[in-house]
Design a protein around this ligand. Structure first.
Ligand SMILES: Cc1cc2nc3c(=O)[nH]c(=O)nc-3n(C[C@H](O)[C@H](O)[C@H](O)COP(=O)(O)OP(=O)(O)OC[C@H]3O[C@@H](n4cnc5c(N)ncnc54)[C@H](O)[C@@H]3O)c2cc1C
Length: 406
């Protein structure tokens, strides 16, 4: 049991400073280049793997902090370096979370290392594919089907997934599919598609507004056959869950999986916090150096008050993120949707603060050779993915009211 404490331990401080150094020295100098190239920054991933920053061990250690703050610190610092590169490095953790949430201990041991490394020991990324063109916020209506071929003990996956981070370039893909569509989300199951499986292909690759160093693509599954042991959780658990759903009984297992995804929200909020902080720091420095009317622009209340608001919102965000991260690590239930609060507030703060930073830089803020316009483009994703701001508000509203608000 770790008490909630705002004073970082030596270990937490050490990890934070180490990741900050990598973000400052390796990530920042190439952030603009990868934003423009709009490609996965493999040289950065390779370097992160070499120093041990991109590895199962590092992520496991960060998540093992009983106070929960280490993972928040890692995400904030890396996204401070660049949000797109941060996602190129940590997009893999979506698949990792899904395997941890739904897999048996044998599956966890088999697949987690493969999320980070291919068979030859070279760095690899992983992907988690739930969203479809007509199933975004409402994933219960997804159309990708999984049919069991009993004689061959194989699952056959068919469908098209949309907006998949690392889709098609990943080694391991975790795919959510409907086994019994009539049961909506309670009839879904998750499957590991191992590297090189026939029938899985990258579809359209999206060109995005921001986080452009992170690869996003459609994933096409056409008679994609995976061995029976790729069903996360195994056949018995699925059959039991489906039987309960058919009888209208609640499924503790599904709720546990949902809780794990809710628990990962503070880490996403921490990334948004990193983007906001980057924009604020740049704007503060600029405001003290830029002179108009014979004085630094920060000497005008209109500018200084903006910076005061930006800093206040950033500090408030960090408190929400750290609280939720601590609750999550302590396995405390989010009785008032605290995980969603952290992600909601962080995403909206990142958008507001980066927009204000552009304003403080004036015309220079609008130019591509200054980073603040990129930070503003990057910030917007945090109000959309991993549950939009509206969906976070729904979760909070339902939690505090006890009413199924729609
Ligand atoms: C860059 C990027 C990366 C992504 N990576 C992944 C990934 O790796 N894996 C994956 O599975 N998905 C991924 N996604 C998908 C992402 O999670 C979805 O885009 C998101 O959940 C929203 O779904 P949608 O885009 O279909 O929007 P919609 O669900 O169509 O929503 C459109 C608008 O309607 C609002 N809305 C919808 N329903 C309600 C409601 N009940 N009440 C109030 N408002 C509502 C939404 O808030 C939003 O403003 C990614 C998306 C992007 C853009």
């Amino acid at each position: 049991m770790a008490e909630f404490c705002l004073e970082l331990s030596d270990d937490q401080r050490q990890v934070r400073d180490w990741v900050h150094g990598f973000a400052r020295d390796v990530v920042r100098p190439v952030a603009q280049e990868w934003d423009e190239r709009e490609e996965t920054p493999w040289p950065v991933i390779n370097e992160a793997a070499q120093v041990g920053l991109y590895s199962l061990e590092f992520l496991t250690d960060a998540f093992a902090d009983p106070a929960g703050l280490t993972i928040a610190l890692v995400m904030e610092e890396m996204a401070w370096g660049d949000a797109g590169i941060c996602l190129a490095l940590f997009g893999t953790s979506l698949a990792v979370t899904a395997i941890l949430a739904g897999g048996t201990s044998v599956q966890v041991a088999e697949w987690l290392p493969r999320c980070f490394e291919n068979e030859a020991g070279a760095p690899a990324v992983a992907a988690f594919a739930a969203t479809e063109a007509d199933a975004g916020s409402d994933v219960s209506s997804l159309r990708t089907r999984a049919v069991y071929d009993e004689p061959r003990d194989q699952w056959i996956l068919n469908g098209t997934k949309a907006f998949v981070t690392n889709g098609g370039i990943a080694g391991i893909h975790v795919v959510v599919a409907a086994v019994e569509p009539d049961l909506r989300s309670r009839g879904h199951a998750s499957f590991v598609v191992p590297p090189g499986t026939a029938g899985l292909a990258q579809g359209h690759r999206y060109n995005k507004m921001g986080i452009r160093a992170s690869h996003t693509a459609e994933l096409v599954l056409r008679d994609c056959r995976v061995p029976g042991h790729c069903l996360l959780g195994g056949r018995d658990r699925l059959d039991e869950r489906l039987a309960r759903a058919r009888e209208g009984r609640s499924s503790g297992r599904r709720q546990a999986a949902m809780a794990i995804f809710e628990a990962s929200r503070p880490a996403v909020g921490a990334q948004a916090l990193g983007v906001a902080r980057a924009a604020y720091e740049f704007a503060l420095q600029y405001a003290t150096e830029r002179r108009q009317f014979g004085r630094a622009i920060v000497e005008n209340q209109a500018v200084a008050f903006k910076l005061a608001d930006m800093r206040t919102q950033i500090d408030a965000t960090r408190l929400l993120v750290w609280r939720a991260a601590w609750m999550s690590a302590q396995r405390r239930p989010f009785g008032a949707g605290e995980g969603s609060m952290s992600k909601l507030f962080a995403g909206e703060t990142a958008v507001r603060v980066s927009e204000q930073a552009i304003q403080i830089l004036g015309g220079y803020g609008y130019m591509r050779n200054f980073p603040v316009e990129r930070w503003n483009r990057d910030a917007k994703i945090y109000t959309i993915f991993e549950g939009t701001s509206e969906i976070q508000r729904l979760i909070i509203a339902r939690a505090i009211s006890g009413i199924h608000i729609s």
